[in-house]
Design a protein around this ligand. Structure first.
Ligand code: HEC
Length: 170
């Protein structure tokens, strides 16, 4: 009898603990981030989700339908070689801030291949799409060693992500 009683007590305690579960993320923690006191005149370092959506909306179809979450996930394949923000460093590949509307091989101070330097196009969604399908097919002898995205949706999503992350914003 005594043992049985103890077992019940233990079970009840376990159930109570399980019931506690994970405490929900406090809304106050989220608020603290958005409330950071920056001078209102300085541009914020990171565009808001609304600004990102507005930037993507300026793209021609189908790029304006790009899924930023998948674009960000797929950009993991580019991250070891490219930074996106204006203060980002050149790494194996050039910093991509302002890539839309920039001439191919147009980042000052980065040591491009002669093959890319010989190109005269300007980066837009269509050129990026061809590039990200197969860089070496588009520009033989480029030094970008990325095999390319076979799924067109991945290219659309990464191009939308690039638009959101590399464009000047208010
Ligand atoms: C292993 C390193 C590496 C990876 C991974 C990589 N790149 Fe590159 N990327 C480069 C290099 C190197 C260049 C310069 C190519 C040249 O000069 O021929 C470049 C050039 C570019 C350019 C042209 C830049 C300009 O100023 O003309 C774009 C756009 C670009 N990469 C986008 C991407 C994206 C998007 C991904 C991911 C899907 C990616 N790259 C993955 C190394 C990489």
């Amino acid at each position: 009898m005594r043992h049985l009683g103890l077992m019940f007590a233990a079970a009840a305690t376990a159930a109570a603990l399980a019931g506690c579960g994970k405490s929900p993320t406090s809304p106050a923690a989220n608020q603290a981030q958005t409330n950071s006191s920056q001078p209102s005149t300085a541009p914020s370092a990171e565009p808001t989700d609304q600004e990102k959506a507005a930037l993507v909306a300026t793209l021609p179809a189908p790029y304006n339908t790009g899924d930023l979450a998948n674009g960000e996930a797929k950009f993991a394949l580019c991250k070891s070689c490219h930074t996106l923000t204006p203060d980002g460093a050149d790494m194996t590949g050039p910093n991509l801030s302002g890539i839309f509307g920039r001439k191919a091989a147009g980042k000052p101070g980065y040591n491009y291949s002669d093959a890319l330097k010989a190109q005269s196009f300007t980066w837009d969604p269509q050129h990026l799409d061809t590039w990200l399908t197969d860089p070496k097919a588009m520009v033989p002898n480029t030094k970008m060693t990325f095999v390319g995205f076979k799924d067109p949706k991945d290219r659309i999503d990464v191009i939308a992500y690039l638009k959101a992350e590399t464009s000047p914003h208010p």
